[in-house]
Design a protein around this ligand. Sequence first.
Ligand code: UDP
Length: 487
Amino acid sequence: MARIIDVAEPLGLWDYADLAFLAPAVQALRAEAATLVPALRGRKLWMINSTPQGGGVAEMLPKMVSMLRELGVDTDWAVIQTDRQPFFELTKRIHNMIHGVGSPDFSGDDRDLFEQVGRENAEKLRQYVRPNDIVVVHDPQPAVVGAILKRELELPTIWCCHIGLPERLPVTRAVWEFLEPYVATYDHAIFSAPEYIPSFLAGVSEVIHPAIDPLSQKNRDLHTHGLVGILCNAALAVEHSPVLTPAFASPAMRLMPDGRWAPPSSWDDIGMLSRPIVAQISRWDRLKGFAPLLDAFARLKRCPRPDAGEVHRSRLEIVRLVLAGPDPASVADDPEGLEVLEELRAKYLALEPRLQSDVVLLTLPMTSRKENALMVNAIQRCASFVVQNSLHEGFGLTATEAMWKRTPVVGTQACGLRQQIRDGLDGRLVADSTDPEAIAEVLNEMLVDRNARERMGRNGQRRVYEKFLIFTQLRHWLRSLAETATR
Ligand code: UDP
């Protein structure tokens, strides 16, 4: 049942303020906290979600919790748990339905299961939560928990939904009808885009963008030696000379042409440090658009471009596509992951040998969060550009992370990505993420124009600094919490 997660972040706000480029952002946060935090004294803030690792929410909670504590807000993080596998299948369906995918049906059993797991977890949390506390529930999985705590303790509750769809479809109507009895009982709701707010929550909702931590293992600067060390330690590069740091506990694994998974360096050097690299790193979710991206890349490689200049022809010759995601065995609430990876595996095995060398399908172990983050960091930095070819995207932290590193990005018209990437300024947006030909064209345009890539990289970093760093996000949260607590 519900479990409290230890949060022990190594860095405090002073460490951020020590860096010239972050000091003004920290100062603005402290100034705002000084006026808002007194309204929260004497209350504990509970952050509740469904998994301690994997996906965007689990990614941002530890830092958020630790910074809120440092600003004087007593905060804890709890994760709901169950050994009923059908619950995760149901919540995955709910997740997909909010994104507009699936059939618009629920059975009475679905509701019973959803409520039962919610009730069990709420009972466990009742041991810790006091009537004066504030409960913030993230995403639909634990929605029942907040509703029960609200009913029983009459405490302030906020529901924070990190996913959504700008369109209204029969399937989204069905899923909102399913969730309404629970989430409508909360005092306040937070969404990551205005288009995602269902009409019954319109009066109590606001928008807070997700954000990244610029000094996390995933986003911090890596000096050249550090970057090369990580690639070698993870088997993402062949060691040409000794590196100081030891091999990671588990290396990345690459799909080989014979269908086995093996450390990439056991075949050849991917060329992370020398070749043009197009990379997408995401969960293995169909909505992330891996398959059409793979098709687009194959098209780009197969299509002769006689009018291209010599340099560009060589670029197209040696460019490689890196598709990376977590080792699916390690993500508890994602039963679909394995299936999606299996489809990509089949697609890869059907490629001609030349393309098999140039398509790098990777699983990144999650056994060490730090090592996983360093691998993601290094891949995003080595990429000529990062793609996030999502059919739908709640926000798309992978794009934010790349932009912060001054790596240009190619996104799609998915609402979350449109919020971040201004087409032509911070990156490019493909018109149709399911159309390999259109995607291939954008890939080609990105590869050909180095100046444009550099300009987009610079703009992207500035945009993240202004809008999508954790300091801006926390200021919004403090305002929202103070308002909910004093209502
Ligand atoms: N991620 C990771 N390891 C992986 C794949 C993804 O740490 O092997 C991270 C990625 O860097 C990002 C998060 O998972 O921080 C995914 O968040 P995003 O908002 O892009 O999508 P979500 O998974 O929430 O739909």
